[in-house]
Design a protein around this ligand. Structure first.
Ligand code: ZN
Length: 244
């Protein structure tokens, strides 16, 4: 890691209080990937930048590298969310937590930065549940963990019928190859997963979503993310509460 001070555009994923007056935050940046940083004095009322450091804020930030985490020197707002309702907060928190869990520190990946900005924009305009699933699928793809759905991951055949999803093989399994401990994955669920993985966030296509397929897809997706990261999502408990 470079010891030089640096500037970058960042999207804040998570913020927590630190010591008596500081904030600790994790962000995803345009050119440096994920950065964990400390903002000294950010909770003092007179701190000019302290109020900017909140989840979903987009900032232009200056850092100096530290031994364990980088130190924020100054920042300016590029975009500060005005009012984040509880639904937005809940879905956004899931996207942010998965991003944090799937990515490594200081591993630049500009497409993930762009994805986060686009996802956040789309969350305010479209069905939040759909946008969230689509974002998580795209994140998996960008991290090299995209589910393999084009054919059975075992026999490579592509039967046009309901099958299973194998967490270990990271993709679709036909009913001939399944041994029984896989998750059910109907043909409709598989198609929905492909559609959401390829959804255009600039000009989203229209397609029908069936409730049952959506639920099956969510079950597969969240179990697959847990399988890949080994970290239960704290934000998911809260989301399940508001989804009822
Ligand atoms: Zn097969």
């Amino acid at each position: 890691m470079s010891k030089e001070a640096y500037q970058d555009d960042i999207f804040i994923l998570r913020v927590q209080n630190w010591q008596t007056a500081d904030k600790y935050a994790v962000c995803f940046s345009r050119a440096h990937g994920k950065i964990a940083f400390i903002a000294f004095g950010a909770r003092y009322p007179r701190s000019t930048y302290g109020r900017l450091i909140q989840p979903f804020a987009q900032l232009s930030a200056h850092f100096t590298p530290g031994a364990r985490m980088d130190v924020l020197r100054q920042c300016e707002s590029l975009f500060l969310p005005e009012e984040v309702d509880i639904e937005m907060l809940s879905y956004g928190a899931v996207i942010n937590e998965v991003t944090e869990n799937l990515t490594g520190d200081h591993e630049p990946q500009e497409e993930i930065y762009d994805l986060l900005l686009q996802a956040y924009n789309l969350l305010g305009k479209r069905n939040k549940r759909i946008v969230t699933i689509s974002t998580l699928l795209k994140l998996l793809v960008y991290c090299g963990l995209g589910p393999n759905l084009t054919a059975c991951t075992s026999c490579q055949k592509n039967p046009n019928e309901d099958g299973y999803f194998s967490l270990a093989q990271g993709g679709f399994l036909c009913s001939n190859c399944a041994i029984g401990d896989e998750l059910p994955c109907s043909l409709g669920t598989k198609t929905l997963m492909q559609n959401l993985m390829n959804l255009d966030f600039i000009k989203p296509q229209e397609f029908t979503v069936r409730g049952q397929e959506l639920m099956q897809l969510e079950q597969i997706l969240y179990k697959f993310i847990l399988y890949q990261t080994d970290k239960p999502l704290k934000s998911l408990d809260f989301l399940e509460q508001i989804q009822g």
